[in-house]
Design a protein around this ligand. Structure first.
Ligand code: ZN
Ligand code: ZN
Length: 145
């Protein structure tokens, strides 16, 4: 077994605390309308796979935002916690929920075609439109990437 680093985070009021194993340092932003409506702005999240350990599942509200995904937040303070792909169980944890964000780097922006004009990140990142994103994860031929 290699070295494991665990990273902790939680909501604003502290009722929800979580731990992930091997959090990546790479964060991605989503500019889609759903994320902006949910988060109050672009959603910046980190792919944490399915290895997320919640201490207080009872305080988490899960909202099924589409056929394929749900969004989780604290039922008391409303802090956004994650976007989760239901089929794979994959958690995209909100970057702002982590206690330590000092190592994070913004590496990608998706749904760039839905980004409104009133803001733009200066970070140099990969960008994808919504169509490009869907094409990447659901290739028309059904083949593996
Ligand atoms: Zn809370
Ligand atoms: Zn989005």
């Amino acid at each position: 077994m290699g070295e494991k680093t665990e990273q902790a985070g939680g909501c604003l009021c502290g009722k929800v605390r979580f731990r992930v194993a091997n959090r990546a340092a790479k964060a991605g932003a989503c500019h889609c309308q759903s994320c902006r409506r949910w988060a109050g702005g672009p959603l910046i999240a980190i792919d944490c796979g399915d290895a997320v350990d919640f201490e207080d599942e009872e305080h988490i509200v899960r909202y099924r935002s589409s056929d394929w995904a749900e969004r989780g937040f604290c039922g008391t303070c409303g802090s956004n916690l994650f976007y989760r792909l239901v089929q794979s169980g994959q958690y995209m944890m909100c970057a702002g929920a982590f206690d330590d964000q000092s190592d994070l780097e913004l590496v990608s922006q998706v749904f760039i075609d839905e980004k409104p004009d009133y803001y733009a990140f200066a970070n140099e990142t990969e960008t994808m439109t919504g169509a490009e994103l869907f094409a990447k994860f659901a290739p028309p031929g059904g083949g593996e990437e």
